[in-house]
Ligand binder design. Structure first.
Ligand SMILES: C[C@@H]1O[C@H](OP(=O)(O)OP(=O)(O)OC[C@H]2O[C@@H](n3ccc(=O)[nH]c3=O)[C@H](O)[C@@H]2O)[C@H](O)[C@H](O)[C@H]1O
Length: 447
């Protein structure tokens, strides 16, 4: 059976899609992995020898817009103000996608929340389609709850956002639900496959059982968990070797990894407070500092004066990108200062690393609440205006990584990591049955 996968053009979406592609290819599915050339280039080295025949990379080209050259056809490093332009350019690529389906005629399409046309186009070719949700069941059920029951408390009291995040998140939902109403897909006519009655989620019952059940009630479709879809440790010695050597020289669980994903860029104030917080914590750290593509910035100039000298061998500032999975899997890593993007959250849980949560935007504040409720994270509180504070950052890092008061968090994270790594393909095996059924429906309709 052939499956074509079309993730949104974001690194945080391509990662779970690629991990699902690898799992399904081991279950004898042939995968066409479709994205822009720049995105396919960035994942090539993660498609190791064993997948070279079962996962085929398929380029989809976006219309060339002057303000969006081809190396901007990804959210990784994209300047904030170009995000909507990228989404618009992707929406304009529907004819290219239609040609790809006509040429390859897969048995199934696995699509993402954007672009809006993947399922409707697949149905015109009588090809079944199912969505892979790249965020958790809690956040999706929270959004559905807010839209369907405005003003009614979310039935899980631990998920309460700090005021600053609550206001911003409600604005994001209003914007999103307005946009999705405008894109309401026209009804499918009856000789095409009906929209699928379930959705795949990058999650698993041990983490989100009660939210999976609630989403299956409040959402339109049944939830089929296929997670955790977590990138493995790609052992390419030559790349980033200086980071790993630096980490090898540190004590067990002595170091925090600090990273805020592939799309977020810290403000000057955030860099200032985080730098002083790391300094005050007296804990070893690897800190990824990154700026939008096209912005030529001297990292040292953005850091507090004398910061690099004062921290010396205790700290390593990495510009642009670090091998996150390899660092989280390393025995010297004892904590993850994270924005709680969904992939980072799952990776931290998978590798058993406790989280110092500093959510920045989107659904990250909710992910932070989820892992705090789960007992493997502590969130750094912001002031009423959302400002970070260096003492608060230092205090939470020391609690999570060093102090006795954080011992239960460290033990819980370690034990849950061991349990999660043992799960293997448990969720996938259950999902394969329903995916095979969808593929057979396509074949029946196409013959
Ligand atoms: C789904 C959605 O994706 C978005 O992606 P974003 O990149 O911000 O964060 P992650 O989901 O953690 O994804 C980031 C991915 O990039 C990897 N990485 C990142 C930085 C680095 O230096 N090295 C790495 O290997 C990391 O390992 C992870 O796999 C938003 O967060 C959103 O909140 C989230 O739910």
């Amino acid at each position: 059976m052939n499956i074509l996968m079309l993730p949104f053009l974001a690194h945080g979406h391509i990662t779970p899609f690629l991990e699902l592609a690898k799992k399904l290819s081991r279950k004898n599915f042939h995968i066409y992995f479709c994205s822009t050339p720049i995105n396919l280039k960035s994942i090539k080295k993660r498609i190791t020898e064993m997948y070279s025949l079962s996962i085929e990379l398929v380029e989809i080209h976006l219309p060339s817009l002057p303000e969006l050259p081809p190396h901007y056809h990804t959210t990784n490093g994209l300047p904030f103000h170009l995000n909507s332009t990228l989404q618009k350019a992707f929406e304009m690529a529907s004819p290219n996608f239609s040609n790809i389906l006509k040429t390859l005629s897969p048995d199934l399409v696995i699509y993402d929340f954007l672009p809006s046309w993947a399922q409707p186009i697949a149905s015109t070719y009588n090809i079944s389609a199912v969505q892979l949700m790249t965020s958790g069941a809690m956040i999706v059920s929270f959004c559905h709850h807010m839209i369907k029951h405005p003003g009614v408390e979310f039935p899980f009291p631990a998920i309460q956002l700090q005021e600053f995040h609550d206001k911003r998140f409600r604005r994001t939902i209003e914007k999103f639900s307005k946009a999705s109403k405008e894109k309401q897909v026209t009804a499918v006519n009856n000789d095409q496959p009906p929209p699928c009655n379930f959705e795949l989620f990058n999650t698993f019952r041990e983490l989100e059982g009660k939210y999976i059940d609630y989403q299956s009630v409040i959402g339109e479709k049944r939830v089929v968990p296929v997670g955790p879809l977590v990138q493995g440790v790609v052992d390419d010695e030559n790349e980033h070797s200086e980071i790993i050597q630096w980490l090898d020289n540190k004590g067990e669980s002595s170091t925090v990894f600090v990273s805020f994903g592939s799309e977020y860029f810290m403000s000057k104030e955030e860099i200032e407070e985080i730098a002083h917080g790391l300094e005050l914590s007296n804990v070893n750290f690897i800190w990824v500092v990154r700026f939008p593509m096209g912005e030529k910035v001297e990292v040292e100039e953005t850091l507090p004066k004398g910061f690099i000298d004062r921290v010396g061998e205790r700290g390593l500032v990495v510009e642009g990108w670090a091998p996150q999975a390899r660092i989280l899997a390393h025995s010297s890593t004892g904590g993850f200062v994270s924005h709680c993007g969904w992939n980072s959250t799952l990776e931290s849980l998978f590798y058993g690393v406790p989280i110092v949560a500093i959510p920045m935007n989107l659904e990250q504040p909710l992910n932070a609440k989820l892992v705090e409720e789960f007992g493997v994270a502590v969130e750094v509180n912001r002031d009423i205006n959302g400002r970070l504070n260096r003492e608060e950052i230092a205090q939470v890092i020391r609690k999570v990584v060093v102090e006795k008061s954080g011992e239960d968090i460290r033990i819980k994270a370690k034990n849950f990591g061991e349990k999660t790594r043992m799960k293997g393909d448990e969720e996938i095996d259950k999902a394969v049955e329903v995916l095979l059924q969808l593929c057979k429906e396509s074949k029946l309709l196409q013959n």
